[in-house]
Design a protein around this ligand. Sequence first.
Ligand code: LLP
Length: 414
Amino acid sequence: MQKPLDTARLTRLADRFGTPLWCYDAAVIRERIAALRSFDHIRFAQKACSNTHLLRLMREEGVVVDAVSPGEIARALAAGYSSRGGRDEIVFTADLATEETLDVVVREEIPMNAGSIDMLRQLGERAPGHRVWLRINPGFGHGHSNKTNTGGEHSKHGIWHTDLPAALAVIAQYDLHLVGLHMHIGSGVDYGHLQQVCGAMVQLVKDSGQDIEAISAGGGLSIPYRENDAQIDTAHYFGLWDAARKEVEAHLGHTVKLEIEPGRYLVAESGLLLSRVRASKDAGRNHFVLVDAGFSDLMRPSMYGSYHAISILPADGSESGARPLRDTVVAGPLCESGDVFTQGDGGVVQPRSLPAAEVGDLLVLHDTGAYGASMSSNYNSRPLIAEVMIDGDQERLIRRRQTIEELLALEAGL
Ligand code: LLP
């Protein structure tokens, strides 16, 4: 969301569409895309936010897309993407694929970014000649939490680097077409690890003895969740990868495309979660403010201890700055003690100094455009909430609120 917040507009949106509500600002997404234009392809990791309207925006901006399930492939197709005829607009990245998934991948000619040798073999048996990438686990990783570190020997992701020759043998056996090599070592990667991963990529290309068209830097670009966090320097990021690409080009003797595959960076800061304060209470030393959004909507604080900045929009239209500060625990409606938005790494309640909130106020959870709506669930039989896209003066409902009848429909008449 563009800062400072347009509080009158958010109040109008909450009144019109109800709360809790996801809001995205298209302008922020376009800005982030623009900052990555030096890369040959920006491939959006749609797991961060897979609303088809948002994917359409990506497509209009020339961004291609990654998919990790048949559902995500269907979303990409619905948004107008195609991989037919070598267009490669959709790439399927996974460590395993069901028979049904392989059917779709083959039918739609979607290159497979294979994270296991078994997956390559199963594809090869079915579709010799199919385009493939190899996702390599270089033996090290990094992440904002252990759960988002995707490299190293504890990670199930990718083909272990010393297994590259075995993967290449399967590619040769089935005459698969190797497009490129890919690495994604985790989310929230720092520059030190980046240099290491660039070096590993160059070495792998050399060791492979293969001719390839492209390399992929994966995703993992961090965003400033806290006020003092720095915005990533995308020129520096590109510079490191471009140097690696040039080494690869010198080695192969021709040009090589450089892809990047961010999720969070493109959408996190565009989004916020708008909730309404419905109750407050004290429990010993803790002051609780209870809002109508829960971890069934935004899971990140409960899952990773993630920090999201919080703003209060007073119901009477006054400035929140005029309210006294109060140490506050912000919690949701779910029947579970971990349903708390202000918590630390250990999953403990962590009060935050916030303007005193009152019943009826709006409470904003910032930077929730990535891994917000896409990680929501129906826990406690709560319907999925609505999503709205703001684009300049326009405000568009891009997903309506699920109904309780829709929840029950899956079990009806059986
Ligand atoms: N490429 C691959 C192969 C990935 O597995 C991922 C994320 C990305 C790209 C995009 O990573 P990003 O640029 O968004 O960091 N739910 C967690 C993040 C899990 C990421 C899983 N893979 C969170 O809320 O932080």
